[in-house]
Each structure stands twice: as structure tokens, then as C-alpha cells.
Design a protein around this ligand. Sequence first.
Ligand SMILES: [Zn+2]
Length: 132
Amino acid sequence: MVPKIDVRRLAAKKQYEGELEFSFDAEEELLDLPYVHFASPVEVRLGYEICADESVRVRGQLAFTLEGLCSRCLSTARSGLVREIEAVFQAEPKEEEYPYSRGVVDLSEFLRDSVMFALPSRLLCPSCEEEE
Ligand SMILES: [Zn+2]
């Protein structure tokens, strides 16, 4: 499950920083590779910071495993991916920022985008990877 950041509630408690750890199942439709699927949930670790202007900065890491057929030789392949991710949420977002409304940050769209950017253009088995 993807948690939400309740900015108003946290700000009222003067809790301007924190850590989130959770996992969620990525949508298979994000994967554009034939015969490849997510072999694990997406594991996420995020630190958040609520700034004085009420923008919310998040930064952390996501990790997941892909499994399927090697894009080159069709033998079984498996790959663990880890990516650094970050974003800024604003009530009135500028370019490349994410919007949030009613004082609650919904991380879903940002995470969906992050998984999409983390996806490789192909999956290689160990022996094909060696030949690269
Ligand atoms: Zn291969």
C-alpha cells in the first residue's frame, strides 16, 4: 500500500520530517518488455520534509526485481533494480513538481513515474550481460 502524507496533520504536530517505508505492487501494464514481469513488490524508502512554504520534498530509494526471458537469447533472466528517487510536491506546482491538494500528498503518481523511469529497455541473462 502506498501511504499518503497528511501535511496538515503533521504540521499541526510540528513533525516536519519523517521516514516512510512501504511496498506496493507495480502495475504490469508499465512493463513494455515481452515475457518479463515484476518478480517482487516495489520496496520504497522515503524521507520527507515539509518546508516553510508548505512544499513537501521527498527523497529516497526504490527497489524491485524483474524476471523473464533474456531479450537476446530467451533463457531465463532476473534483474534487481535500485534507483534513487526524489520529488517536490506543491499546492500550486511549477514545472516538474507534483500537485497536492487538501493538505494531503498522494505519492501514487510520483511512484508510478519513478518505476517507469527505472525500467530498463531490455533484460539480459548473466551470460549475455557478460558479452556486452
Ligand atoms: Zn541471454
